[in-house]
Design a protein around this ligand. Structure first.
Ligand code: CTP
Length: 421
């Protein structure tokens, strides 16, 4: 471990908005008043060197981070929550969210298990972290504001654009780091250093991923889906054999890459209603799976009910669905949400999805359920008739209100005759 004695206060002042600089100063002073020392750590410091904006602030505290987070939240009249078991808390300010964690040495009882935590100091807190470039902290206490703590190769690795684990057991201890490695590599244009890559491949082959919950894996996939180009993440996951480990047969070819790009572009059609980007990515990623495989994937990685149902409904569309009439198609599409529609749109029938979304979906009838009930129909048969009328109208068979009324009269007469018989 290397306490470089470098001070980066001026870099901070140059590269972050003044309000952010002042916020850190204030938090540092507040900690000092409480007899604690505070430092920003991890991605914020890494991105400061890379001159990339990073709005997430992680703060390590030599002291009680649960109590301190509460103090900060009170000062800024912000939201607050804590996880005392891990010595951590979060203050949700108007401008940013700040995570506080007690500086600690950490031990993992068994691979994939959550860590056992012992309070410690800022510099001793660094080696337990995932990668050297994420293992940097900047003191924000009044005495030492800007003082940088790093591991010996943090800065040289960042210069050389290398992603290196801090120790050989890193992936086994926390297998989410395998997915984090791919995410950082692709986002920041890094190379996973060869020894780190061999550790990652070994951990993957030894089944490290299966030691953590499906939720934690899915959480990483969600984060990856929010990257600027998630397809690079999925391609690299495939290269490293991680997709096949997640589910035998799950892959990501160059065709899938182009498909995902088209799917994400198709989200524009839905504007604010586009829904979660990660759901769209998951539907695109799993679209080739058989029904059984899709079921296994969804159960293992804990798709929420909505996503599970959308995946199922996509699969239930009949072959040749694009040959259905607008009316029949709209009935089918009525069960699909924008993430699933975006996937359909990325196929070769984007015009049908667009017409559905912009036109057919908005078709309205002059007739209401009430007016049908007044003419003696029950709720169910009124609903059925309304659906039929809507289908006909979308197919251009009921050009105006008069045609709609005539169709109702015809059907009611027909119904009356049937009843008499
Ligand atoms: N960390 C870790 N192991 C993990 C998760 C996090 O060591 N499995 C450490 C890293 O030092 C990381 C810091 O906690 O930098 C903060 O975590 P997170 O906010 O997830 O990472 P960032 O590096 O800030 O990533 P991003 O830029 O995506 O927010």
């Amino acid at each position: 471990m290397n306490n470089t004695m470098k001070n980066i206060a001026s870099l901070l002042l140059d590269r972050v908005p003044e309000s952010r600089y002042r916020l850190l100063r204030t938090i540092g002073r507040l900690a000092d008043k409480e007899g604690m020392t505070a430092a920003v750590v991890g991605g914020f410091v890494r991105d400061l060197f890379l001159d990339r904006p990073n709005d997430d602030i992680d703060i390590t505290i030599e002291g009680d981070a649960v109590a301190f987070g509460k103090k900060v939240a009170r000062k800024y009249r912000s939201g607050y929550y804590s996880t005392p078991r891990f010595g951590s808390s979060t203050a949700v300010l108007h401008t940013t969210t700040i995570d506080f964690a007690t500086a600690r040495d950490e031990a993992y009882r068994k691979p994939g298990a959550l860590p056992v935590v012992t309070p410690s100091t800022i510099d001793k807190d660094l080696p337990r972290r995932d990668f050297t470039i994420n293992s940097m902290a900047m003191d924000i206490s009044p005495k030492n504001f800007g003082k940088l703590y790093t591991l010996p190769t943090s800065l040289s690795d960042l210069d050389a654009k290398l992603l290196r684990v801090n120790h050989d057991a890193s992936f086994e201890e926390d297998p989410t780091r395998m997915l984090r490695a791919v995410r950082f590599e692709q986002r920041l244009g890094l190379t996973i250093e060869p020894h780190t890559e061999s550790l990652l491949r070994a951990a993957a082959t030894h089944g490290a991923l299966s030691t953590i919950s499906g939720e934690r894996v899915m959480n990483e996939l969600k984060l990856a889906s929010d990257e600027q180009d998630p397809s690079r993440f999925f391609s690299r996951m495939d290269d490293l054999g991680l997709l096949d480990i997640m589910l035998p047969g799950l892959g990501f070819t160059s065709n899938d890459k182009a498909f995902l790009h088209r799917t994400l572009d198709a989200r524009e059609l839905f504007g604010k209603q586009a829904g979660d980007r990660w759901m769209t990515c998951m539907l695109a990623l799993t679209r080739h799976l058989s029904a059984d495989q899709a079921e296994t994937f969804s159960r293992t990685y804990r798709f929420p009910g909505l996503l599970h149902r959308q995946a199922h409904r996509l699969r239930q569309l009949p072959d040749g669905w694009w040959e259905l009439t607008p009316g029949a198609l709209s009935l089918r599409f009525g069960h699909l949400q924008p993430p699933a529609l975006a996937v359909l749109s990325a196929g070769s029938h984007s015009d049908l999805v667009r017409d559905y979304w912009q036109k057919w979906r908005k078709t309205r009838l002059a007739t209401t359920a009430e007016s049908l009930k007044e003419r003696g129909m029950g709720t169910r048969s009124a609903g059925r008739l309304l659906r039929k009328l809507l289908e006909m109208k979308r197919d251009g068979l009921l050009p105006d209100e008069q045609a709609e009324r005539a169709e109702i009269d015809r059907r009611l007469k027909h119904r009356g005759r049937r009843r008499k018989k």
